[in-house]
Design a protein around this ligand. Structure first.
Ligand code: CA
Length: 227
């Protein structure tokens, strides 16, 4: 079914944006369902064939985009892209913490959003396959989760358990913005309590040990993205 684009649910109350986004998605072969209500979007997202949900943070009515995201996550891991207001760092952080896969900041080009849709879908199908694959090739870096080994052009690099787990988590989610909280939940476990700066400390170690082979972008106020 991977070659079938499937359906994208667009929850957005700005009719102009919804139309434009739908047009671009349809052009790429997706079926599109649009609604301006969070509650309706949730219903639509439960129907078969839905591959991804795009949801605006600010929605009219009883349910905003965050609540939609929260409820979708409670249900399953259907990919979610949030549309956030420009420069609203809190929105971006909260969206990622609630489990959105990515966010796009308004104003955005429909072309960029559709590129993100493809990236998120590629990533989610790759994550589903990750158990069989277990070897991530990222540029000149090889992360072998089966052998728990990291190779760079200069040879094998020794990492601590936590450093390795952090790197493989990022590798499995590469190309996606990851908040510190997401990284803590994914690597340290959801029950882990502590400072989010712990992530930064480990990232610093990875940068030191892996050097140029490790192309990690720091997303100011949000977290990191492995490219
Ligand atoms: Ca809105």
């Amino acid at each position: 079914m991977e070659n079938e684009p499937g359906t994208v649910v667009v929850i957005e109350d700005d009719g102009h944006i919804a139309d434009l986004v739908s047009m671009y998605l349809r052009r790429d072969g997706f079926r599109v369902v649009t609604t301006d209500r969070g509650s309706v979007g949730l219903e639509r997202a439960a129907q078969s064939g839905v591959r991804l949900v795009i949801v605006d943070v600010g929605l009219p009515g009883e349910m905003d985009g965050f609540e939609v995201c929260r409820r979708l996550r409670r249900r399953n891991d259907l990919p979610i892209i949030m549309l956030t207001a420009r420069d609203d760092e809190m929105d971006r952080i909260l969206g990622l913490e609630l489990g959105a896969d990515d966010y796009v900041t308004k104003p955005f080009s429909a072309r960029e959003l559709v590129a993100r849709v493809h990236a998120v879908l590629r990533r989610s199908s790759a994550t589903a396959r990750a158990d069989e694959l277990q070897v991530h090739e990222i540029g000149t870096l090889t992360v072998d989760t089966g052998r728990r080994e990291v190779r760079t052009p200069r040879g094998t690099v020794a990492l601590t358990t936590r450093e390795f787990d952090l790197l493989s988590y990022m590798a499995a989610n590469r190309g996606l913005a990851l908040s510190r909280r997401q990284l803590l939940d994914g690597v340290w476990g959801e029950g882990w309590y502590g400072d989010e700066r712990t992530v930064d400390v480990h990232v610093r170690q990875l940068r030191k040990k892996l050097g140029d082979a490790f192309s990690l972008t720091t997303l100011w106020g949000v977290g990191y993205r492995l490219d």
